[in-house]
Design a protein around this ligand. Structure first.
Ligand code: ADP
Length: 393
């Protein structure tokens, strides 16, 4: 059965088509600069990467071209072979604890939830509507980035602010990257042969989050009301004292929008290093003894250690820790520094095993108190799996 996994942004649309249940990727690609000049798309098929220019005035144009490519490349013979289209949707609020088939009500709810995710939900909806129109017979499924975190207890998700902020306006921790944390949890359940493990899953990419999983369910997570909480990220500040915002507005005459922009686009690795948001540039800077790169890395590592330590205590017992995302999968030094900072808990990194990029690997010694793994995450396959399950029942 052929299933499409889709991630629509405001000017982009990423896709992968799977043969399910084998989880074989048949074709993948990305449409970029939708609605802008010089729009283009890239497709990957049979190990070959093809880049083409195209006139993409909206997401529907992208879907039409995608269908042409599927037909021309003989991935499908006719449109009715596409049985399901799974969409990544960033915010499901407290309405969705699981993926759901998209009907008119769901579309309305995703739209209503746009006030919580103004940059993401409207873009996700554009993708959903475009596929609904162009591939009307396929089952359309929404897979939410927040759903996995809906099992958190109130003590994890409430902020100590006036309670009406929560009841009237929905101010609470929602958490994000849930599709990835869910994938990591499922993978570790299989590896550990334990259906209800206690885990700490670290998704460290340009955006980053760490999740505590208790008996197989999300118990706590570092991203919050917005994706700018918790860890030090590429350009996002993570946790800060709220009083900094009016103070900087006063000192600089910047608007609230400008200060918020600084906190999400000019902070994190970029803000501290003054050089780059990319961990590879930070690593290069450290090799050249750049003090601000060293500082940026130390802040990044220290914050990650703080969260893992906090979750270790909250969970009481941890069956495994794992690292995923661009940094988690590829930055040997970052993993080593984080795990070194946890050695008082009896965690012992195996330097040889940790010398690995992007491969499933156990990176701790046999006598480590907690086994730690590198796990390449796969959000796309999670979307395809959920979509397939709705169709197969
Ligand atoms: P996003 O959150 O945008 O999906 P990614 O998961 O792709 O981000 O992660 C991007 C981060 O991963 C960047 O900081 C990048 O430097 C880092 N990264 C990717 N490859 C490597 C590598 N080989 N070594 C160190 N860091 C890497």
């Amino acid at each position: 059965m052929k299933i499409l996994s889709v991630n629509a942004g405001s000017s982009s649309l990423k896709f992968q088509m799977y043969e399910m249940p084998e989880e074989k990727v048949l074709i993948s690609g990305v449409f970029e600069r939708i609605g802008l000049d010089n729009s283009l798309y890239t497709i990957k098929i049979n190990g070959e990467k093809i880049k083409k220019e195209a006139n993409l005035s909206n997401h529907k144009d992208a879907v039409r071209i995608l269908i042409e490519e599927l037909l021309n490349n003989k991935v499908i013979k006719s449109l009715d072979e596409i049985k399901g289209v799974g969409h990544r949707v960033v915010h499901g609020g407290d309405r969705y604890a699981k993926s759901t088939i998209i009907d008119e009500d769901v579309i309305k709810t995703i739209d209503e939830l746009s006030s919580l995710a103004p940059l993401h939900n409207p873009a996700n909806l554009m993708g959903i509507l475009a596929f609904k129109e162009e591939v009307p017979d396929a089952t359309s499924v929404a897979v939410f980035d927040t759903a996995f975190h809906q099992t958190m207890p109130k003590e994890s998700y409430l902020y100590a602010v006036p309670y009406e902020w929560f009841t009237k306006y929905g101010v609470r921790r929602y958490g994000f990257h849930g599709i990835s944390h869910d994938y990591l949890t499922q993978t570790l359940k299989n590896v550990l042969k334990n259906d209800k493990p206690n885990l700490i899953t670290c998704h460290l990419g340009n955006g980053g989050s760490i999740t505590a999983v208790k008996e197989g369910l999300c118990f706590d997570t570092s991203l919050g009301f917005s994706p700018n909480a918790g860890l030090v990220m590429g350009t996002r500040c993570g946790d800060i004292d709220s009083a900094i915002i009016p103070y900087i507005m006063n000192k600089t005459d910047k608007s609230l929008e400008d200060v918020m922009n600084d906190l999400s686009k000019k902070s994190g690795y970029l803000g501290i290093s003054g050089i780059s948001s990319d961990s590879r540039d930070i690593e290069d800077g450290i090799k050249n003894n750049n003090e601000r790169c060293i500082l940026a890395q130390n802040l990044f590592v220290r914050r990650a250690i703080e969260y893992i330590a906090k979750y270790y205590v909250e969970l009481g017992h941890v069956d495994a820790i794992c690292f995923a995302g661009g940094i988690g999968e590829n930055s040997i030094s970052t993993r080593e520094e984080i795990l070194d900072g946890l050695k008082c808990l009896g965690i012992k990194v195996d330097e040889k095993a940790n010398d690995v990029r992007g491969e499933f690997t156990l990176i701790t010694k046999k006598d480590s108190s907690v086994p730690c793994y590198v796990i390449p995450t796969d959000e796309e396959v999670m979307i395809a799996r959920d979509t397939y399950h709705f169709i197969e029942g």
